[in-house]
Ligand binder design. Sequence first.
Ligand code: PMP
Length: 294
Amino acid sequence: MAEPQFACINGELIPKEQAFVPLYDHGMLYGDGLFEGIRVYNNRVFKLDEHVARLYYSAKALNIELKVDQATLRKSIVETVKANGHRNGYIRVTVTRGVGLGLDPKHMKSGANVYISCEQLALYPQEMYENGLIVVTVSTRLPSPDVIDPRVKCTGKYINNIMAKAEANRYGAGEGLMLTREGYVGEATGDNIFLIKNGAITTPPASIGILQGITRDTVIELAKAVGLAVSEPIITQYDVYNADEVFLTGTAAEVIPAVEFDGRKIGDGKPGPITRQLIAAYREHTQTTGTPVE
Ligand code: PMP
């Protein structure tokens, strides 16, 4: 028989099949919440402090007040992983404003709700890491920072990403690239994008209207540590098409090569040497750092 699985709601571990969201949870009614996806590697939670800090920054921006401090939330996350016995896996932390029918935050019937669950995860098939992804630019644009600041990882915003992903699926592509309202390269539906040209690495600036990915920050650090130049200029589709190598980064995707954009081969159409070097560096880093689950 399979081991029982647990979720954690507001600090309490409960069997997963009994873990429900209240009918009038604002997250359910209006997408009024935020979330983090976190990985566990080798019995260690990767970048736990960074993810929890980003969650609290998002909460501050949305004026959602968590009932617990960051240390307590980190402890709940680790305990949930431990209860599920996941040495490797994916954690989803969702925070909602709480329960209340009607959108006025003044009329909430409860404080913020915190939901934690863990799963096994393989986002893309292994051959995509070896052969690379096919990507298309989708018609869905990124919301601009005057609508919702891209640093806020709020659930409601993701309907846009879902539409973009569905569009990429219709083209038979592995990912969809979203542009900003001005037409600059932004990010994929759940990943940041990096280009390599003549040995130099570029990625769009976070301020353009994209999520400042924790994997993005990690890869920038790893690249700089081996002497690779990294800059954050405005990028257009022209730059993507003419790059020597392209890869995407995200907690779930990790570092994955992208070898075709909008019907154009990138470089020779195969994952390039710097991408492969960074995939290896990232894998090693994930296996050797993180908050122990014990
Ligand atoms: N952009 C978007 C839209 C995302 O959803 C994600 C995944 N969280 C990323 C980029 C990558 O962020 P991270 O590396 O922190 O997972």
